[in-house]
Ligand binder design. Structure first.
Ligand SMILES: NC(=O)c1ccc[n+]([C@@H]2O[C@H](COP(=O)([O-])OP(=O)(O)OC[C@H]3O[C@@H](n4cnc5c(N)ncnc54)[C@H](OP(=O)(O)O)[C@@H]3O)[C@@H](O)[C@H]2O)c1
Length: 460
């Protein structure tokens, strides 16, 4: 054991070659625990949600991000755990050894699918108070992506309208909630009809079933200020560029990209030739969007966006997930509205991204199943790999002094609701039992009476 009871070795999920994630992922013992460099925290992982980019890198489609790296590689971006050690120069008072934190590993480093991972302190935030780390582990990558796409790139403002392509992708689920929290007046999205109730509960105003309807026809004259594309493909951008369809408001506001895609047109292997082709296409779209609308410009400001871990993003996600005063303060600073209050946002709820299923990291067949589910493209929420279960009790972000943890209130409510339900059930059960006894008694009495009558008849 080294300092702070950190062991010398750990278990980690790794790959040694490119291929289908469920073929190449392996569980390894005796992997050296990384040592935090200056300015880094060593985090003991509690849980880590998977993202499509994990398998895209593992199958060799994005080798560009691994140039200069040797196998074996530990994948994984989402960090949710407890600080086990601090490198020199770490400054944050609120992220000491033992503090629960969340973060998002950068694409070069990754390494979140292990019992311990190092991450720069400057891109960590105290975990949302009262929120189980299992739930918090779903937020860093998809939350950062959607926050940056809608707030930093799309510059979505109060009263504006947004169309989210792929409302039930995990990024879309976060995007719906972020759009609502930023005060968007209309939040349309595409998704399967079976998910209409889910997306409405998170802020969608008009969902469209992409399986039975063509959203490009449904959204004519939609006049969206921002389109956030979490699905990709050529047709979406083309439709938004077509002036006859009138899908978008063409803002020429400086540095504002109204058509933000996180997927782009190209799927699959991104070798040098396709990278060049994609670069040329992005360049031509950017040039087209420079033509002023008054001179016949029809192209929305286009951006193929790749998320970056930043303190700004991780802090807002933690605050948004925590709710209360932490959320108010974070949104006030970012919306520049000194009176911003979550209480004024209709239907406001703390940020959550649905968990579809969680999988223990040390059961490799289950880990493979998690990747298989992810790769099906049909996830309904996140697949989460769980590391330390501490006897299976929940690990939650620390409560701040004087703060009422909404989660706790919620679970108290749930418990209250459950115990009331139980009491009701027990009462019903007792009543049924009593009724049964009474019926039995009545039955006995009737039998006795029948016997008596029979005897009397016989004696007569
Ligand atoms: N650029 C970046 O920084 C960045 C960051 C994060 C993610 N991404 C990329 O963004 C994409 C989405 O990632 P994710 O994790 O959010 O996805 P995900 O959760 O794995 O997406 C699964 C969901 O997509 C829905 N879906 C599939 N095809 C659809 C379509 N044509 N229209 C509408 N919905 C559709 C499915 O709904 P049904 O089953 O109902 O069809 C399912 O609920 C991936 O390609 C990912 O690599 C990029």
């Amino acid at each position: 054991m080294a300092a702070n009871n950190v062991p010398a070795t750990m278990r980690a999920l790794r790959y040694n070659e490119y291929g289908n994630a469920f073929d190449v992922i392996q569980l390894h013992d005796n992997v050296p625990v990384p040592r935090p460099a200056a300015g880094e925290l060593l985090v003991r992982q509690y849980a880590s949600a998977l993202d499509p980019v994990d398998y895209k890198i593992m199958n060799g489609n994005l080798t560009i991000v691994e140039i200069g790296r040797d196998f074996p590689i530990i994948p994984g971006f989402n960090i949710a755990g407890v600080v086990a050690d601090r490198g020199s120069g770490c400054k944050r008072e609120d992220m000491q050894v033992g503090s629960a934190v969340i973060s998002y590993a950068n694409v070069r480093q990754r390494g979140a699918l292990a019992e311990y991972v190092c991450v720069p302190e400057r891109i960590c935030a105290p975990a949302p108070a009262g929120v189980p780390l299992l739930e918090a582990s779903t937020l860093p990558l998809v939350g950062t992506t959607s926050w940056q796409a809608l707030y930093n790139i799309g510059k979505l403002k109060k009263g504006e309208s947004v169309l989210i392509l792929g409302g039930t992708t995990a990024t879309g689920l976060a995007g719906l909630q972020i759009a609502r929290a930023l005060g968007a007046s209309r939040v349309a999205c595409t998704c399967s009809e079976r998910n209409f109730d889910l997306v409405r509960s998170l802020g969608a105003t008009d969902p469209i079933d992409y399986r039975t309807k063509d959203w490009r026809d449904e959204m004519q004259d939609g006049k969206f200020d921002v389109v956030y594309d979490c699905v990709g493909g050529y047709v979406s951008y083309e439709a938004c560029q077509d002036p006859k369809r009138g899908i978008m408001n063409l803002s020429r506001e400086k540095d504002r990209h109204c058509y933000v895609t996180i997927c782009g047109d190209q799927q699959g292997y991104l070798g040098p030739a396709r990278m060049l082709q994609s670069g040329a296409q992005i360049g031509s779209r950017k040039i087209a969007s420079l033509v002023p609308v008054s001179l016949g410009g029809t192209s929305p400001n286009y951006d193929l966006y790749t998320a970056k871990p930043t303190q700004e993003a991780i802090e807002i996600l933690a605050a948004f997930a925590e709710g209360g005063e932490r959320a108010n303060a974070a949104f006030r600073a970012r919306t520049r509205d000194p009176n911003y209050s979550v209480a004024d946002i209709e239907g406001w709820k703390p940020l959550r991204v649905l968990i579809e299923e969680s999988y223990p990291f040390d059961e490799i067949e289950r880990v493979k199943a998690a990747f298989e589910k992810l790769m099906s493209g049909r996830s309904r929420g996140k697949q989460v790999i769980v590391f330390h279960q501490e006897g299976k009790e929940e690990v939650v972000g620390e409560k701040k002094e004087g703060m009422e943890g909404e989660k706790e209130e919620q679970s108290e409510e749930n418990e209250k609701g459950q115990s009331e339900e139980k009491r009701e059930e027990q009462k019903e059960g007792k009543e049924e039992e009593q009724e049964g006894k009474e019926e039995e008694q009545e039955g006995k009495e009737e039998e006795e009476k029948e016997d008596k009558d029979e005897k009397e008849e016989q004696s007569e």
